[in-house]
Design a binder for this molecule. Structure first.
Ligand code: SF4
Length: 694
């Protein structure tokens, strides 16, 4: 903590890291930020925080911040600092020239879940109303897009069903493919408290994460499945529940489509889904899987929390559907202590999806093909909206390599470091004629940029973030933007340089427009947020105080929909050349690609990415703890240090992607979820061998 005397004033704002959305009191002396104190009235955190959020704000003042716009004709030239007006004129001329030459669909936008709701709304509006296409996507593409698909199909909306308070009423908690201790620490504390009170824990994860066994906590069951077999495991759990008659027939008859349920029963009852028959495939002992399914179905209130270990697979959407099936089967929906809860990685993953930053959806998860929905925005924006869905991030890169996609505005996202198959990302960027990077630092993607627009930190802007429990929290400006403009203003400058006539003067006006056009946000205003502190959507005339629990009396879709979940093996296979399976994740000290946390004291706790390898696999290869190793896949190779640990089973290795020097995503492949193109970060066939270092 930097102590610079007694604070003169304070501003309540929201952490810009993970999806818990902790409230903080930023204390200042004059314009100097003295410290960040967890806010005791914050509804998501109740006065708690983690070390990442509390101490990792120093990047705002870091010397690496770029504060002036920069342009260059070609990416082999040096950057030239210019005034904002020149940068905008340069960017707009390039984009317009590209559209004249290659068509209006040759440009697009990638936005970040770090951005506020208001910024995200403006970026998709820029794409639709100014660029004239739907080529707008968000980094949620590479994390929770399968949640949008799976929960949308089964329950009718892409949202976690519970608030965080709900965990206090859970009797059985299933954590699937999530590591809340590192990824969502404040929620993890609340979960652990409930576990210490006696709630039972089931963990489904290839790694023995901290939550499996820590102080006073021992999971009832840890199902250490082989990476890529989630669908087989959740379907086997459903098999046990159905064939042993443990399902909640009353709930299903009243709340779900009965015909679909009958069809599902026929599918899931097949003996091929029995735990004993998938044991070899999944690596999970059948007795444990059967017992875990019984516990979830009969142990009282059952709550499921899941993360990117579910979604970042070729069958990510199928697993989300399988999880939704489990909750409907057991009637674990619509009351405290139950539900299906995606743990969102970044601060505003939920909000970026809510705000229509997907190429097929307008704000509020309404398809662009719906004429009545398009009409709402065409009237509000005075434009015509393309009824055809646009390109997803991987499609943009493919189209760039093929020569049909030429211009990109990339806001708050370092796709060269964060997205899979780095070589392919680089080839796509290199083929474009205009790449605009809007960010705090010269990131890896900026190596391929023609325009760099300086971004503002969360401390320098007003707006809102929506956390993993659909809670809309205010972000309040603590200090003036060092770069001169808040990010929503930069997007407005670009829109107007392209010919628009936007004249927002404060993000509250953007929220008013969101509320006027999006039914689930109809009751959300800055005045309401000031009065209540925060509010959970849906918030409108029917539910003016917001909605802590979803699907209480009925699903958003009316009836809940059971869907079959057939396991299909990933195309990524191990073999003699690549015999191990790599899975990737995050660590407490760092936030995503580390652009912010590497520029704080956090870096001292985790100065490099390492490779976790089981001692048996290491010994077989002559690798000792701390040795340099070469990690190679079909996509590429990198070098990093080995850590020998039985946290990973034999046959599995694990690393993080917080440091650009490691370039972990050079190794990951371009396989992706069948429904959403979410990359399969969690399954890569690799070889590990001794190395002399980078
Ligand atoms: Fe809270 Fe997450 Fe920020 Fe930590 S990183 S303070 S848990 S919002």
């Amino acid at each position: 903590v930097i102590e610079l005397g007694t604070p003169e004033r304070s501003v309540i704002t929201t952490c810009a890291y993970c999806g818990v959305g902790c409230s903080f009191k930023a204390e200042l002396n004059g314009d100097q930020l003295v410290r960040m104190v967890p806010y005791k009235h914050g509804k998501a955190n109740r006065g708690h925080s983690c070390v990442k959020g509390r101490f990792a704000y120093g990047y705002a003042q870091h010397k690496d911040r770029i504060l002036k716009p920069m342009i260059r004709e070609t990416i082999d030239q040096p950057w030239r600092e210019v005034e904002w007006a020149e940068a905008m004129a340069f960017a707009a001329a390039r984009l317009k020239g590209i559209q004249e030459k290659y068509g209006r669909k040759s440009v697009g936008v990638i936005t970040s879940s770090r951005c506020t709701n208001e910024e995200t709304y403006l970026v998709q509006k820029l794409t639709r109303a100014v660029f004239g296409n739907n080529n707008t996507d968000t980094c949620a593409r590479v994390c929770h897009s399968p949640t949008g698909y799976g929960l949308g199909k089964t329950y009718g909306t892409s949202a976690g069903t519970q608030d965080f308070d709900s965990v206090e009423a859970a009797d059985v908690v299933v954590v699937i493919g999530a590591n809340p201790t590192d990824g969502h620490p404040v929620f993890a504390s609340r979960l652990k408290k409930r576990l210490r009170q006696g709630a039972k824990l089931i963990v489904v994860d290839p790694r023995r994460t901290d939550i499996v066994r820590s102080a006073h906590i021992e999971a009832a069951y840890h199902l250490p499945l082989k990476p890529g077999t989630n669908v087989a495991v959740v379907t086997a759990m459903a098999h046990v529940i159905v064939t042993e008659g443990l399902f909640d027939e009353d709930f299903i008859r009243t709340r779900c489509d009965w015909d679909e349920f009958q069809f599902y029963v026929d599918f899931v009852s097949d003996p091929r889904h029995a735990p004993e028959n998938v044991e070899l495939l999944t690596g999970v002992p059948a007795a444990d899987l059967r017992a875990a399914a019984r516990l979830y179905a009969t142990g009282g209130n059952g709550a499921i929390y899941y993360g990117l270990g579910v979604t970042e697979h070729s069958q990510g959407s199928t697993t989300v559907i399988g999880i939704a099936n489990l909750a409907m089967l057991t009637g674990n929906i619509g009351r405290p202590g139950v539900g299906v809860n995606p743990l969102r990685g970044q601060n505003n993953v939920q909000g970026s999806c809510d705000m229509g930053s997907f190429p097929h959806e307008l704000p509020g998860y309404r398809h662009v093909k719906m004429p009545d929905v398009r009409a709402i925005y065409e009237a509000a924006w005075n434009c015509e909206i393309d009824p055809e869905p646009g390109l997803r991030i991987p499609n943009m890169l493919d189209a760039a390599v093929e020569g049909t996609f030429k211009g990109l505005y990339c806001q708050g996202e370092d796709i060269l470091q964060s997205d899979p198959d780095t070589k392919h990302v680089a080839a796509g960027l290199a083929a474009m004629e205009c790449v605009i990077v809007h960010d705090l630092f010269l990131n890896e993607t900026a190596n391929y940029a023609h325009v760099f627009l300086p971004g503002s930190t969360f401390l320098e802007k007003d707006g809102t973030f929506t956390n993993a429990e659909r809670r809309i929290n205010r972000v309040r400006k603590v200090m003036a933007p060092r770069n001169g403009y808040e990010d929503w203003e930069v997007t407005q400058l670009l829109a107007n340089a392209m010919g628009a006539n936007w004249h927002y003067t404060h993000p509250r006006q953007i929220m008013e427009e969101i509320a006027a056009t999006t039914p689930s946000f109809a009751g959300v205003t800055y005045e309401v947020l000031e009065e209540k502190g925060s509010v959970q959507w849906p918030c409108n005339a029917t539910v003016p105080d917001g909605t802590p629990l979803m699907h209480v009396d009925g699903f958003v879709s009316g009836k809940g929909h059971f869907m079959v979940t057939e396991y299909v093996a990933t195309d990524e296979r191990t073999g003699p050349r690549f015999p191990l399976l790599l899975t990737t994740g995050r660590i407490l000290a760092h936030y995503n690609v580390g652009a912010q946390t590497r520029r704080t004291e956090n870096v001292a706790w985790h100065p490099e990415d390492v490779l976790e390898i089981n001692p048996h696999d290491a010994e077989f290869r002559g690798i000792k703890d701390g040795d340099w190793v070469r990690l190679a896949s079909r996509a590429g190779e990198t070098t990093l240090r080995a850590v020998l640990t039985d946290r990973v089973a034999a046959g599995v290795v694990y690393t993080t992607f917080h440091h650009p020097s490691t370039q972990a995503n050079v190794v990951t492949t371009d396989f992706s979820d069948w429904a959403t193109n979410c990359p399969e970060f969690k399954v890569t066939a690799v070889q590990v061998s001794p190395s002399n270092g980078p």
